[in-house]
Design a protein around this ligand. Structure first.
Ligand code: GLN
Length: 486
């Protein structure tokens, strides 16, 4: 049995009914990862031996009835900023090139307890800073739909691995769109949960108030199934919510009758929005309306302010979080320095890439005395206003529908030459992180060049199940998510 085009739930079911062994599934995924990597550079590390050893064990546990999760035995790819005990976790940076964590992130412990098997660590923008997966120390990842195009970022390796059918499902992280935007560029489904629903313990921090782990898979049902495993309160993460939604998979009925969906007119008036993306995402709204949802135009009048506010908050937090990389405690240390201050300088100069340095500088600047009020405090005020506006909208609507990104995937090299254009590509995703909301990107068509387009559904705080439910309903009526990159 070939697992290539099977969903994670189908692979899990085949394992349980005995038509596929865990070792067969994991071997196929590992072989596919190796051959895919030559084209896409989606993997930084492939863990063949560890995965096969675990497969053996999980196979026995399924046979003796001690593992009953619907995803037991299913291979998974993990973004390389999620700590994996004994398997290097690089954040696609030279500064962590040989860093092997001594503990597993909470999500890894949960996946293992459910019998899921990590086959490798996937490529990303360095420290998750970027929208194209080109800033990796290990080289750019390529989009399986067109190898001359970017897969999006920063979870580009995760999206490319799922699109190239080497990973059945993957975990990514989303600070300003890094799960949803690459999912959109690669024609797969990416879900960012409500902030605090999935533990961040063991996720290497970029911007702690915005970061959230979530799945990238072939469809919404797979994302719901893995949420059943990874969601939940965690004493190791002080920002984890005391109570989180449960029974994500069981909540999928396919019914959207009476669901109220708002379409923000500002998104469609945006000058950077590609006409094909506009048309296809509006058509997705029509599909949901035909299924019984009530679709109306709404206003989100803050769109012009989201990018500046996001890049101030994210870089401020990053400049603080990344100060732990100093060449003393762990990771890379420069060979040539004189004295402690010079050790820091030399290690960071050689260890961090250009984009990361740029953001540390920007973050330090907006937090410095004299500029703190003008930039950082003002950005926090904008954040409060954005939240307030979302609350108003969500007092009348269940979901917001808009494009995930203004365009389809750009060519490799294009965004690095024009960083402002790259920052603007986050315009429809960052406000979701600023307000801590759940959001999903699902495939809704292709442009004239055959590149995938994604539509985004945004929910209320803790409205994760409504988001997944609407995505599932859409995918029951369409087959864009089943199309394969050639
Ligand atoms: N592109 C955004 C950034 O560079 C989002 C990244 C992310 O979500 N990790 O900050």
């Amino acid at each position: 049995m070939q697992i290539q085009n099977m969903t994670a739930l189908e692979v899990g079911a085949a394992i349980r009914n005995g038509s596929l062994t865990v070792t067969e599934a994991v071997t196929q995924a590992l072989d596919a990862a190796e051959s895919s990597n030559a084209r896409t550079n989606a993997y930084i590390t492939i863990c063949r031996e560890k995965a096969l050893a675990q497969a053996e064990q999980v196979g026995q546990q399924i046979a003796n009835g001690s593992l009953t999760s619907p995803l037991a035995g299913v291979p998974i790819a993990i973004k390389d900023n999620i700590c994996t005990k004994g398997v290097r976790t690089t954040c696609a940076s030279r500064i962590l090139e040989n860093f092997e964590p001594v503990y597993d992130a909470t999500v890894m412990q949960k996946l293992q307890a459910a019998g899921m098997i990590a086959i490798g660590k996937v490529n990303m923008d360095e420290f998750a800073m970027g929208s194209t997966s080109e800033t990796s120390y290990f080289g750019a990842t390529r989009n399986p739909w067109d190898l001359e195009k970017v897969p999006g970022g920063s979870s580009g390796g995760a999206a490319a691995a799922v699109a190239d059918r080497s990973a059945v499902i993957a975990l990514g992280s989303d600070t300003g769109g890094s799960i949803r935007q690459p999912a959109s560029y690669c024609g797969v489904t990416g879900f960012k949960p409500t902030y605090g629903t999935v533990s961040r313990s063991g996720l290497v921090a970029y911007a702690s108030s915005l970061d959230q782990i979530g799945p990238i898979g072939k469809d919404a049902a797979d994302c719901a199934a893995i949420m059943d495993i990874i969601a939940g309160s965690d004493p190791m993460d002080a920002t984890s919510l005391a109570e989180t939604p449960t029974e994500f998979l069981a909540g999928l009925t396919g019914d959207v009758k009476g669901l109220r969906i708002g379409i923000p007119s500002e998104c469609y008036a945006n000058a950077g929005l590609d006409a094909e993306v506009a048309a296809k995402t509006k058509a997705a709204a029509d599909t949901l309306a035909e299924a019984g949802a009530i679709v109306e135009e709404i206003s989100l009048p803050f769109l012009d302010y989201v990018i500046p506010a996001y890049y101030i908050i994210a870089t401020a937090e990053a400049s603080s979080n990344l100060s732990r990389f100093d060449g003393v405690k762990y990771g890379f240390r420069s060979n040539s320095y004189t004295g402690l201050t010079d050790l820091y300088r030399a290690t960071r100069s050689e260890g961090f890439g250009k984009e990361v340095k740029k953001r540390i500088l920007l973050g330090t600047f907006v937090l410095s005395s004299g500029y703190y009020d003008a930039y950082y405090r003002k950005a926090l005020k904008v954040k409060a206003l954005i939240k307030q506006k979302f609350d108003e909208v969500f007092s009348q609507y269940d979901l917001i529908l808009c494009p995930t990104a203004p365009t389809t995937a750009p060519a490799i090299g294009q965004s690095l030459a024009n960083p402002m254009a790259m920052y603007l590509s986050d315009i429809f995703t960052v406000s979701v992180n600023i307000a801590g909301l759940p959001g999903i990107s699902i495939p809704c068509g292709f442009d004239a060049a055959g590149m995938p387009i994604g539509v985004q559904l945004i929910g209320k705080p803790l409205g994760d199940k409504t988001v997944l439910q609407a995505a599932y309903a859409y995918q029951q009526r369409t087959d864009y998510h089943k199309q394969e990159a050639k």
